[in-house]
Design a protein around this ligand. Structure first.
Ligand code: HEM
Ligand SMILES: [Cu+2]
Length: 551
């Protein structure tokens, strides 16, 4: 088999160059690996900013009738926190990992459209900066991340902050869409010889479906944002109920994007987990074909569930039933995946190195988040809990327990490939357990304050409501998580210079990215590899018992 021979040196030391030359290199690069790294770094910076916003809100809610920050700022903080985490952290970090890994995993030298790839990154970043420039108008928008109409009408949101928010998200969306187009073209058109679609590493499948989901979901958001800008600036009335526009129309358009969005934020994580669990259980992924089909099914079904965010607008009996049923249907393919991960681990030789620890965190947390989702999808239950802290608990459970834990697993798994150095396992384990415990406290308590009737997005509350203790647990849990993120940043920087040298394939893994050097050369592979099975490196290491005989 003609895979580029693993090479012994691990770190290609470039000659010292001036910082301006290095900067020029990064700003003008079209290399998918550098672009991928920039996406991830951008996401980490915005994660810190979004985290600070969250902590400020939690300090305000620590006591009843507290006034550490003023109400108007509070509204700006929850708007910016949500917007930041979805558009400037979640999507960029996953698109960045996809960018770095997909060409390496399919044996390509770059993405299909490298220049468009660079454009996509810069649009994502500048869109984010445009949203943040709203602070220059005297305050960020105070409309919530889903910007309900008519709160966004000019009479209620007078400053240009709301326009900058909408414009920024349009630009950011252009970046996301170009990433989506690029992934589809790369995965369909650039695979190594012999790598049929049914042989791509599973992460690549999930990125393909994520990209398709992006192409369905982001354009409606862009359209809605442009309509909003027209309403606000040129006198149209799409969303203005007083002039026969419709506030509900905004909700339909927004959630037609918003629900698929949550799958954009979780499908790649399913892929990451599906790479980690087999390697750390020393078994092949159980039910690959079913997993691929389940990913496709989730993508399509999730396009038809958006109005479960809108049960309380009074949809009507038929619509309620439809959206209950379609939402519950998503749990079937999701369940298939879950059982397949468990079956992959069953009987395996499990090794709890940091990537696997995070995979375990993902499995345990995501299960609970899925269950509260099913509860909310039952409309009568949702009538009670809509717009309460229970919903906030649900979606943080899936987004942090799911997206964040999975992404951190991926970062710990591929960091050696990207840098040529191992992360410190000790720091990684401390970081994991602190996050796990803090997370449990913060978002567990939110479910209870929600059931006790606490609405989301309120600035303060009275002492006699019985919510104080749950809010205090939430705030303390949030503060516990802070050192965990500091440890992550310490580990990422310290290990870059002082970590153990990683070698090409530190986890004894099976997919193509581990066949090249760490970090990989600009051209990825000296020879374009020829592939005969889903585990090309297994075949290389075990010529006497290759996988392709059985697939
Ligand atoms: C079986 C799976 C799931 C079901 C049935 C489900 C159902 C629901 C329902 C009915 C709501 C609306 C609650 C309300 O506003 O009253 C909701 C909110 C939400 N869900 Fe899920 N969910 C599921 C999984 C997920 C996943 C995997 C994610 C993300 C990774 C997610 C993220 C969100 C977000 C972000 C919101 C709230 C958005 C907002 O109101 O700001 N959900 N979910
Ligand atoms: Cu949804």
């Amino acid at each position: 088999m003609a895979i580029a021979e693993p090479r012994s040196e691990t770190r290609v030391e470039p000659a010292r160059r001036s910082w301006t030359a290095v900067l020029h290199d990064w700003v003008t690069t079209v290399d998918h690996k550098k672009i991928g790294i920039m996406y991830v770094l951008m996401a980490i910076v915005f994660l810190v900013i979004g985290g600070i916003e969250a902590i400020l809100m939690r300090l305000q809610l620590f006591y009843p009738r507290n006034t550490v920050i003023d109400p108007d700022l509070f509204n700006q903080l929850f708007t910016m926190h949500g917007t930041t985490m979805v558009f400037m952290v979640g999507m960029p970090i996953l698109i960045g990992m996809g960018n770095y890994l997909v060409p390496l995993m399919i044996g390509a030298r770059d993405m299909a459209f490298p220049r468009m790839n660079a454009m996509g990154f810069w649009a994502t970043l500048f869109g984010g900066l445009l949203v943040y420039s709203s602070f220059l108008t005297g305050g960020a928008p105070a409309i919530g991340w889903y910007a309900l109409s008519p709160l966004t009408a000019h009479v209620f949101a007078r400053s240009a902050a709301t326009d900058l928010w909408a414009l920024g998200l349009v630009v950011n969306g252009v970046g996301t869409i170009s990433g989506g187009v690029n992934f589809v073209a790369t995965i369909l058109g650039m695979r190594a010889p012999g790598m049929e679609l049914r042989k791509v590493p599973f992460f690549v499948w999930t990125i393909l479906w994520t990209a398709i989901e992006i192409l369905f979901a982001i354009p409606p958001l862009t359209a809605a944002l442009i309509m909003l800008l027209l309403d606000r600036n040129l006198g149209s009335h799409f969303f203005d109920p007083q002039t026969r526009g419709s506030a509900i129309l905004w909700q339909h358009m927004f959630w037609f994007f918003g629900h698929p969005e949550v799958y954009i934020l979780i499908l790649p994580v399913f892929g990451i987990i599906s790479e980690i669990i087999p390697v750390f259980s020393r078994k092949v992924l159980f039910g690959y074909e079913f997993m691929a089909a389940a990913t496709a099914a989730i993508t399509f079904i999730s396009l038809g569930v958006w109005a479960h965010h809108m049960f309380t607008v009074g949809l009507g009996r038929f619509e309620n039933l439809f959206f209950i049923a379609s939402s519950l249907l998503v749990s079937v393919p999701t369940g298939i995946k879950f059982f397949n991960w468990l079956a992959t681990m069953y009987g395996g030789r499990i090794r709890f190195a940091s990537p696997m620890l995070y995979a375990f965190g993902f499995l345990s947390m995501f299960l609970i988040g899925g269950l509260t989702g099913i509860m909310l999808a039952a409309a009568p239950f949702d009538f009670q809990l809509n717009d309460s802290y229970f919903v906030v608990g649900h979606f943080h459970w899936v987004l942090i327990g799911g997206t964040l834990f999975g992404t951190l697993g991926g970062i710990h798994y591929w960091y050696p490939k990207v840098t040529g150095r191992m992360l410190s396992e000790r720091i990684a384990k401390w970081q994991f357990w602190i996050l796990y415990i803090g997370f449990f406290m913060t978002f567990g308590a939110m479910h209870i304050s929600g059931v006790l009737g606490m609405p989301r997005r309120i600035y303060t509350y009275d002492a006699d409501r019985g919510w104080t203790i749950w809010n205090q647990l939430t705030t303390i849990g949030g503060l516990i998580q802070v050192p965990s993120f500091l440890l992550l940043i310490v580990n990422l920087t310290w290990s870059y210079w002082f970590g153990e040298p990683a070698g090409d394939d530190p986890w004894n893994a099976w997919t193509l990215e581990w066949s090249t050097t760490s970090p990989p050369p600009a051209y990825n592979f000296e020879q374009v590899p020829v592939v005969r099975s889903r585990r090309p490196l297994w075949d290389l290491k075990h010529p006497d018992d290759p996988d392709w005989k059985y697939e």
